[in-house]
Structures are given as C-alpha cells and as structure tokens.
Design a protein around this ligand. Sequence first.
Ligand code: NDP
Length: 449
Amino acid sequence: MTDIMQIVKDRDPQENEFHQAVHEVTESIKPVMDANPEYRQQKILQRLVEPERVIIFRVPWMDDQGEVHVNRGFRVEMNSAIGPYKGGLRFHPSVNLSIMKFLAFEQVFKNALTTLPMGGGKGGSDFDPKGKSDTEVMRFCQGFMSELYRHIGPDTDVPAGDIGVGAREIGYLFGMYKKLTNEFTGVLTGKSLNWGGSLIRPEATGYGSVYFAAEMLQTRSQTLEGKTCLVSGSGNVAQYTTEKLIELGAKVVTLSDSSGSIFDDEGIDARKLEWIKQLKNVRRGRIQEYTDQYASAVYTPFDPNLDHNPLWDHNADCAFPSATQNEINATDAQNLINNGVYVVCEGANMPTTPKGVDVFLQNNLLYGPGKAANAGGVSVSGLEMSQNSMRLTWTRKEVDERLQIIMRRIHSTCLEASEQYGVGGNYVHGANIAGFVKVVESMLDQGLV
Ligand code: NDP
C-alpha cells in the first residue's frame, strides 16, 4: 500500500490535500486488497488515483471599473465507472489542482454510497465572489462557462454548487450554457425551482448530515432531542444543519465564517437562524454582525497563530463541522472530547486532519466522515437529474422521504461493511470499503479503459 502513496507523491509532490485523501482511503481498504488479489493484478489503485481527465482553463473577465482580471478554471473528471461525472463547483481563492483532485476523489466514493448512478468529479476556480457585485459575478460565471460548456452535458458531466457557488451562480452558469448550446437540459443541479430545480436540494446536505447523526445516535438508543451542538460555517450546509437540528429539538450554540466564530449560550433558534440567512444569503455580511443583533452571543475572531480553533472548545454533545477542509486538528479533536462531545458528523468535506481522525477513532466516538454524512446533497442532485429526465417534479415530502431513506441506507451500508471486515462501528473504514468495492467492481466489468 505504501507503493501507491509513493507513486502519488512522486508524480505530484505538491498536492498535499490529494495525498491526504488518497492515504485515508488506502489505509481503509487494505483488507479488501488482501482478500482480492485481482485488484492488485489489475493495478486498480493506480487507475483510481489518476483522473480520467483534467481540464484547466483561463477565465478572463472585467470588473465594474473596467479592469481586466484573469482567473483559473478547473474541472477534474475523476471516475465515470458508475455514471456521468457528478460533483460541485467551488469558487474560492484557495482553489488549486490539489484541492480539486482531493474533492473529486472523495466524490467518487461518496457518489457510490448514495446508490444512485453517478461517477465522481469536481471543479471550480480561484475566483473570490466575496465583495463582488452581482454583475461581476455574472460576468465571471459567463466567462467560466464559455469554456466549461464543451466538456459537460446531462449524460457526460453534471456539475452543482459548493463553497462560493449557490443559487445565484448556478443561475448565471446555466443561462450561459443554454445560450451556447441552444439546449435546455439538466446539465447542472441546484437549479431554482422555476426552471428545473428540485425541492429540498438547498436543504439536502445539511438535513442529510443531521439524519446521519440521528442514525448513529440510534445505535446507542438515543435521539438528538435536547443535545447541545456545535456547528461551524454559516453557508448552505451550516444553515440547513442548524435548521434541522432546531426542528429535532437540539440546541445549536455556535456558527462561524472565515473571519471568526460566534458562541450563543442561549442557543440559535429559528428566528435567529432566519436573520442569519438574510445576513449571509441576501446582504452577504459577516457573522460578527450577529453579536450586534443578539447580546447573548460573543464573537471570537479567527487567529492564525492559535494552535486550535476556539469554536471546538465549548461544552456540547455533538459537533457538525460544516465549513471547510482541515478545520479540526488533533488539539481540536481532543478539546471536543474533553468538553463532552461524543458525536461528530461531517457536513464539510474532509474537515478533520488525519491526526484528528485518529483521536476520534481511539476514543470510540460516533464519528460520521463527510464521504457518508454529507452525501445527502449529491443524492438530491441525483434525484434532481431523475426529475429533469422524466420532466416532472416531486413534492417536498416525496424528496425528503427519499433523502431520509438514502441516508439510512448509507448508514447501514457503512456499518455492514465495517462489520464484514472486522472493524465494526468504524464508519471511516465502512464508507471507504463500501464505496471502493462498488466502483472497482464496475471498473473491472468495463475492462481496461
Ligand atoms: P458556502 O460557500 O455556502 O459556505 C461555506 C462556509 O464556510 C462559509 O461560512 C465560509 O465563510 C466558510 N469557509 C469557507 N472557507 C473557509 C475557510 N478556509 N476557513 C473558514 N471558514 C471557511 O459552502 P457550503 O456550505 O456549500 O460548503 C461547506 C462545506 O460543505 C464544504 O466543505 C463543501 O465542500 C461541503 N459540501 C457542500 C455540499 C453542498 O451541497 N453545498 C455538499 C457536500 C459537501 P465565508 O462566508 O467567510 O466565506
């Protein structure tokens, strides 16, 4: 197994996030590789870590003052063994090829777990939507799509949103795709309801993550009612995680953005959450403003010199990291445990560092890795594709029920796979093994392509 890590590191030495994601999977699947010698003969790992296709392109655009900017666009088409490439677009200044490849790699296994026919991909740009006017965002999205359109399609590659790409961006991207191809198809998911979107898609990742946590708690005959929860982020995933937690009777006491975090001892109730949605989705303000509105809260600015994140240092039962990768290190993980947290459910992708994951696993936490816990988003994207193909719309109740069934199934699949390979209750190994086997068997069926 060391061999594959050596190959990956030698080939792309600077891609730390990608190495981290590959390492986690290869550690989990050791017993599967040992039980299936054919996988080694067929060099299945070497094939899995090499994207089927990577597209990198220039995106020139003009700001409102007439100044020209040049960003870089990416689409990593990682694996299409079980369906068209599927995965979000991220617009954030930190975006680079390593982050795109790690996200695309994770997406392959996540999509396999959903039970829906979707391969894995991811894309985005180092463009920063923060502080940009609507027209600047529109011009950027149009420039981005003027290249991406030739590589995607409803049966080829179907992007969605991710960090920095919400309903507004999906609208501008879809408009440009439609103009260039002269086709109205389900080429993107996360669309608005009026033109092909699915009910529950905005809520799906957050709701799904809470459903997954509820399933984990049920294995100990517990529910979320009355639990104190720490949530990070304040974007799409964090908002709907908070909404579902409130609905199920839990108390959410934290949220954050990239500048800092708030702690509200009295809890963030439905009214306060509505205010946050306005702040973040309409006014596009900073989370710090919450403390001007609600005196019960304190704000702690993000300090890059600290060795830990204060958000994870409060008494609680559950934690829902829902902002970004590597936001929980080993110190944070230990702080969570010292403060009584025994459920960690990852709404974000790879929010915990490998050392943090070790701390969780050594302490017998109910730990749901992002690959499984945040798969609700892409699952409802898959349902949006089905509705688009059939040209009909399911009700809110219908989609929510399907989402709950899928999250329940992902949970039981992870548990069963972990038990089959002697690591019962380890959702990290369970998710990696179950996703891996499905993709690999499909690749082998389809020959050396
Ligand atoms: P949004 O852009 O809606 O929100 C992201 C939130 O995280 C914002 O509050 C943002 O703060 C904060 N954030 C972003 N980057 C950083 C950083 N480097 N440090 C600290 N905080 C940061 O994105 P989503 O809610 O959609 O995505 C959140 C996470 O969930 C990501 O890991 C994403 O990959 C994952 N995910 C999302 C899915 C979806 O359906 N949207 C599906 C599955 C996973 P600020 O406002 O300052 O930028």
